[in-house]
Write a protein that binds this ligand. Sequence first.
Ligand code: NAD
Length: 483
Amino acid sequence: MSATVTSEELTQQHLSIREAFDQQQQHRWVTAKSTPGERIAKLKRLHRTILKYRNDIKTAMFSDLGKSSTEVDITEVGVINSEIRHCIRHLRSWMTPKRVGTPLALIGTRSEIQYRSKGVCLIISPWNFPFNLTFAPLVSAIAAGNCAILKPSELTPASSALMKKIVAECFAPEEVVLFEGDAQVAQELLSLPFNHIFFTGSPAIGKIIMAAAAKNLSSVTLELGGKSPVIVDETANLEEAASKIIWLKCMNAGQICISCDYVLVQESVHDKFVDLLSKQVKKLYGATSEDRQQSPDLCKIVNKHHHARLQRLLDEAVQMGATVRIGGHTDASRLFTDPTVLTGVPDAAKIWEEEIFGPLLPVRPFKTLDDATQFVNDRSTPLAMYIFSRKQKNINKILQEAPAGGVAINDCGIHFYQTNLPFGGINNSGIGNCHGKAGFLEFSNQIGVTIQNRIFPHTKLFLPPYGRSKLVKLMLEGIAKWF
Ligand code: NAD
């Protein structure tokens, strides 16, 4: 489907959206009762189908983003692959009810937490990693026994069309179905009383999602973005830091929620570090801007709107006095933005305010760690933070004083690939978590169940009239002693 949906198409979709939702609501209890084996079979089917279409995924991603085949394997197919495999390995244990301890007052009972599916879930995803960010939450939704409706981004139409095909091949619509379309289609979906809404996208749209969810009291997971800082102190291995920062900044042309948004580097090593960043840009992507434009490993900016947005951020910073240390060249006709390192960017520049989401990297010196953490805390809580240091004391101080949704120390972005860790943001960068067990829990209701043993009829002992019950008297005396 094209990015613009006609009113006729919308009406048809509106009907089919409603129908699909009703079908899934009817089917949800069947899905909820599915055994671990049945859920694993679904995950295996999804896995096989994604691998079957691996080359088509690469073609779609090249058409949508000009993305390199290797990066598609690492950041799309590979991520979903490891999410599915991890889930299959652990699902039986995650689904098993967990016994909890018994307080004295309930002696003779036993209690456990049971994991029940939420029901019918809506998954809305962005364009920057279309397959990964649509299918990875779907894996968790299926694992937890849910039905799901998917709405990927309209900005990557080839990927969305292929995902629709994959979903239709794997699932009956009463289990999983995908609707293509833009914000209007998302709004149609949001008017329905979903049991859970899992949204990945910008904080601005996250607020719209949460407001819509509030109308039906649907629970939400919001995986949002923001400005993720890198802090490099004077004890760090500067060469290694520069290489990792440039690698992550240029992956997907910086269009990553956990990309290094900006770098804070200790004053004493600032100049040396900026030179190293420039060297790494040349080493990894080409010596000149022309070479880099030809690099098969640098993808394009998603569309003209985002290209122009980045151009505005760059132009404004330069007009305000920033220095371009490397890069600076852009070509709107090819949606190319050169990896660009900027220094001396004035505080008032917009590039310090909005999420950059592109290959522009402002670098700023700091005197003390307090200055660095203050700068981070003056902005909304980031989704990710990267610390390069050889001093544990410095690392601990930053971790304690500048919170972030996730952190990698002496590396960039690797925590995203750790399936044993929850992945998510804090407030402006998100609410809730995904990946592995955290994803399973996010799509589950944790039900507390207490089972009374017939030998200990507690409730009878506590029945009124309370004055007559010796047990109540004893308990009240006991409680009085605690105060
Ligand atoms: P976006 O918020 O513009 O769009 C995301 C989805 O919301 C799309 O499917 C879009 O069609 C839909 N949408 C747009 N307007 C809507 C509206 N008014 N009502 C309902 N739905 C609407 O985000 P984007 O530009 O696709 O992606 C970039 C953003 O996503 C960045 O901020 C980035 O940091 C964030 N992101 C976060 C993560 C994460 O895991 N935390 C991952 C990737 C991207």
